[in-house]
Design a protein around this ligand. Structure first.
Ligand code: FES
Ligand SMILES: [Fe+2]
Length: 367
């Protein structure tokens, strides 16, 4: 296939809903605490096997988890020290060694007069950056690009109270697009999340919320939670909440009660085109988390399972690749997501600044 054909096809793929992925962007990969010095871990992100590790000096790194020699997973090898003080991953098959930036450091089977510049051999390296106890990985549009990311990973408000109070995760059997839209969908609550402590199932109220564009996304601006949401009651006082979405798949709810805060961050990471990892992380300095943590954890877990079960059910229909019918205002956020995706891809392709397509709006729906 000619190069031009490949390019055209990948362009179409990233703009069709439910296909392709955003690139030149940071994805949440792991919690910092998951990466232990010297330990090699295999992940899959956007269909790529990725060795994610931390060297013995504490730096996180990521390289493609396929040995360029004969494809053994490098993550099955070990981290060793080089004579120059550097560290490298030794392949378990024939011992080729790769520095944590992907450059080959040694091929042990070479004899002295077999001159070969091993540093010409490289494994793809993925830039990683740690921030707020989270590890982000940069997925470049061009796998051969050596360019460094041109913007830092996102910074979240309300990362307070030390270590996260809750961490939970699950893999959804769907493309990230469907997972994102499920995450921001305001109308499924009364049907999917019916537990008594969350809301009373019979009362559906008309909601009217203000939305604004935010960096690479949008926010439902700070407001009092709906009267038919009971879960906020455990926080006491008069909570105010703001919900923000940012591409590629980050959603966070920041609740303030006086000087106390709760941040509930949901990160979606595409494993491949039919599987998405969802990770939920909660930080808080609110006393409710001292006493009620087990209840809050069980509640959050129940929520996630209900969403996961619904995504799996939805797959029964999606298998037939039907067209989808999105209505205003309940599905407006889903439309914004698509516009954001398209604009991100176009702005990167055209080498111009990203222009947020979201306009401020008051959205109304019943739930
Ligand atoms: S497969 Fe890795 S060194 Fe041969
Ligand atoms: Fe949900």
């Amino acid at each position: 296939m000619a190069d031009g054909d490949t390019k055209t096809r990948s362009k179409e793929q990233t703009s069709r809903f439910g296909e392709g992925f955003l690139t030149d962007i940071w994805y949440f990969a792991a919690l910092s605490r998951d990466l232990k010095p010297g330990k090699l871990q295999r992940y899959e992100i956007m269909g790529e096997p990725v060795l994610l590790g931390r060297d013995r000096k504490g730096a996180a790194y990521a390289i493609r988890d396929i040995c360029p020699h004969r494809a053994a997973p490098l993550s099955a090898g070990k981290l060793v020290s080089e004579a120059d003080g550097g560290q490298s991953v030794e392949c378990p098959y024939h011992g080729w060694r790769f520095r944590t930036d992907g450059v080959c450091a040694a091929i042990p089977s070479l004899v002295a007069d077999q001159a070969m510049d091993v540093s010409k051999i490289r494994v793809r390296r993925f830039p990683v950056q740690e921030s707020q106890g989270l590890v982000f990985i940069w997925m470049a549009a061009d796998p051969r690009s050596e360019a460094l990311p041109d913007h830092p990973p996102p910074v979240f408000p309300g990362v307070v109270g030390g270590a996260p109070k809750l961490v939970d995760g699950m893999d959804f059997d769907s493309h990230i697009d469907h997972a994102v839209v499920g995450l921001m969908d305001p109308a499924h609550g009364p049907y999917v999340h019916q537990q008594w402590w969350w809301r009373s199932s019979k009362s559906q109220h008309e909601k009217s919320k203000r939305f604004e564009p935010r960096e690479a996304g949008f926010a439902m601006v700070r407001h009092e939670p709906s009267k038919n949401s009971r879960a906020y009651a455990i926080l006491g006082g008069e909570p105010l909440t703001e919900i923000t979405f940012r591409i590629p798949g980050l959603r966070w709810e920041h609740v303030t009660v006086g000087s106390r805060q709760v941040l509930s961050l949901t990160c979606l990471t595409p494993i491949h085109d039919r599987k998405t990892r969802i990770t939920q992380i909660v930080w808080s300095d609110h006393p409710a988390f001292w006493l009620l943590k087990p209840f809050i954890a069980a509640g959050a877990r129940a929520f996630l399972r209900q969403d996961g079960d619904m995504v799996n059910l939805q797959n029964e229909g999606l298998r037939y690749d039907p067209s989808l019918l999105w209505i205003d205002d309940a599905d407006r956020q889903a439309k914004w997501y698509q516009q954001l995706k398209r604009e991100w891809t176009a702005s990167r392709r055209e080498g111009r600044p990203f222009a947020n397509p979201v306009e401020p709006a008051q959205l109304r729906w019943r739930s």
